[in-house]
Design a protein around this ligand. Structure first.
Ligand code: ATP
Length: 501
């Protein structure tokens, strides 16, 4: 408001000066320079930094509301974190044994797995104030600014703790790799070095006899990039892995995020959990939110299975696009996708959730598959099955049209990744090999052999199931979507007919 009035007055004054015949240019230049100086000092003083807990000036407490109960799954990580935090809670006992305080805990894991939630829950559990900043906020072009911001962050944590009568504070630094990356020789990294040195100095200054004991929790997706000075004992010496959730954890996360949402009785969270292998907590939260938005758009009172199904597609593949394919192209895409679907059902029965012909993200159509149970180990047969599914789109085009299109690039890239996996893990006919000693020629030959053999097997499955392909094609072109259940019914019907003949 005040800025608006000031801006209006200045503009008015400039117009008036111009009207009186004065040249306003020097004044405009003066104002620009003054603005730049004010912005520079504002940044230098570190006021630009965002400190969690300051949002909402009415907040009286800086203790986060998030508790460990609000985090789905992650049982092992929560347990390890709690054990470390108990050192902060039972201070006198720890002091009497002469145990030095834990200064830093490093949370590592893929994006969106709940590392920030963990840090907040840690502050809640230990009744500590919570301040946070992201590593990238410390990366400045001016030498010394990052270091000053680090000092300010720790000072702020102490100030807030004292103000709210607490004896401990959690300083959370997300994306620590932005400032804690490995230091190399040379002078070009002086700013990073100063920031990192300041962080190390602050951590070294944490002692057991302080009024306010600070615990630094940092998070990164790339632990291997961190400077060893950060990881040595006495600094971040507790490392906790926060993994992608398994099926049970996914169900728990879905339960947590649907607590406040009106669910239809037909919604089966167990089924959704098994269809969302590889989803992070953040993606699951987004999934429940998108499902609710679809229900609202449809004007329904409750969120149904169809809304969750559309939301899974959106989170996996992106928003629907307006790409308008010609009738001829739509048919080719349908045949390609049905090729994937038929082979997927034959090699991994029950794995197709849906075949869809609506364009999303980069794709013109797609098959949503799920592995049933979460898998972390694969046999040769399983990987060969995956390669067959990858090749089946093009093989179906070949079967129907006698030619191929350009739409299979991603399929081939994936197939080649699986083939490399077969060779490097000793599952190919080359036997157990040292990947470093296998020549490019050997790799190429073995790769081609595997590819050719699997291509033949894929084509023979597709020609066997041509009747199902034709029936499904009709439905898909009309309805745009074919559910996994309906598709399996058609496959089963053909198998029964064949058995009778
Ligand atoms: P990044 O590495 O990208 O910073 P992160 O690991 O810190 O991500 P969070 O910011 O903690 O992830 O999680 C983002 C959101 O995802 C949370 O606000 C929450 O809604 C949801 N979420 C993630 N993991 C969980 C979980 N285990 N339980 C419940 N919700 C979760």
């Amino acid at each position: 408001m005040a800025k608006g009035i000031l801006f209006g007055t200045l503009t008015g004054a400039l117009v008036f000066a111009f009207y009186l015949g004065y040249d306003p240019l020097p004044l405009v230049l003066l104002l620009i320079v003054a603005g730049a100086v004010v912005t520079f000092f504002h940044t230098r003083s570190g006021k630009g930094i965002s400190l969690a807990g300051t949002e909402g000036k009415k907040r009286t407490s800086c203790i986060p509301d998030t508790s460990f109960d609000d985090i789905g799954g992650q049982d092992r990580a929560k347990q390890e974190l709690k054990e470390a935090l108990d050192f902060l809670i039972h201070r006198t006992q720890i002091d009497s044994y002469g145990i030095r305080p834990i200064k830093g805990i490093l949370l590592t894991g893929p994006p969106g797995t709940g590392k920030t939630l963990m840090a907040k829950a840690a502050a809640h559990y230990t009744d500590s104030v919570f301040v946070s900043a992201s590593g990238s906020e410390f990366v400045e072009m001016y030498v010394g600014v990052g270091a000053q911001r680090i000092r300010q962050l720790f000072r702020e944590a102490r100030r807030r703790a004292k103000k709210s009568g607490k004896t401990s504070g959690v300083v959370f630094i997300d994306e620590i790799d932005a400032i804690g990356g490995r230091r190399e020789g040379g002078t070009q990294h002086r700013e990073y070095d100063q920031t990192l040195n300041q962080l190390l100095t602050e951590m070294d200054g944490i002692t057991s006899d302080q009024d306010v004991r600070i615990l630094v929790i940092a998070a990164t997706n790339r632990k291997e990039l961190l400077d060893s000075a950060l990881l040595r004992p006495g600094r971040f010496d507790r490392h906790i892995e926060v993994d992608l959730p398994d099926k049970r954890a996914r169900k728990q996360i879905l339960q947590l995020h649907t607590r406040n949402k009106p669910l239809d009785d037909r919604v089966d969270l167990e089924k959704i959990a098994s269809e969302t292998f590889g989803f992070s907590g953040a993606q699951l939260e987004s999934l429940t939110n998108e499902a609710a938005i679809y229900a609202l758009r449809d004007g329904e009172k409750t969120i149904g299975p169809q809304h969750f199904s559309a939301a899974i597609d959106k989170v996996m593949m992106g928003e629907k696009t307006d790409k308008k394919a010609s009738t001829e192209e739509r048919e080719r895409v349908a045949i390609h996708e049905l090729g994937h679907a038929i082979v997927a059902e034959v090699v991994h029965p029950g794995s197709v959730s849906q075949v869809s012909l609506s364009p999303r993200g980069q794709a013109l159509g797609y098959v949503r598959q799920h592995p049933g149970e979460d898998r972390y180990l694969y046999t040769r047969e399983h990987i060969e099955g995956r390669i067959m599914v990858c090749l089946a789109g093009t093989a179906a085009e070949q079967e129907f049209y006698g030619n191929r299109s350009t739409g299979a690039r991603n399929d081939f890239e994936q197939a080649h990744r699986y083939i490399r996996m077969l060779i490097q893990t000793g599952l190919s006919d080359l036997g157990i090999v040292d990947p470093e000693l296998v020549s490019k020629e050997q790799m190429r030959e073995e790769g081609m052999r595997i590819l050719k053999e699997i291509e033949e097997r894929t084509s023979s499955i597709l020609s066997r199931y041509r009747p199902v392909m034709e029936q499904s094609l009709e439905i898909l072109l009309k309805e745009e979507v074919l559910s996994g259940e309906e598709f399996r019914r058609l496959l089963k019907a053909q198998s029964l007919t064949e058995a009778r003949v």
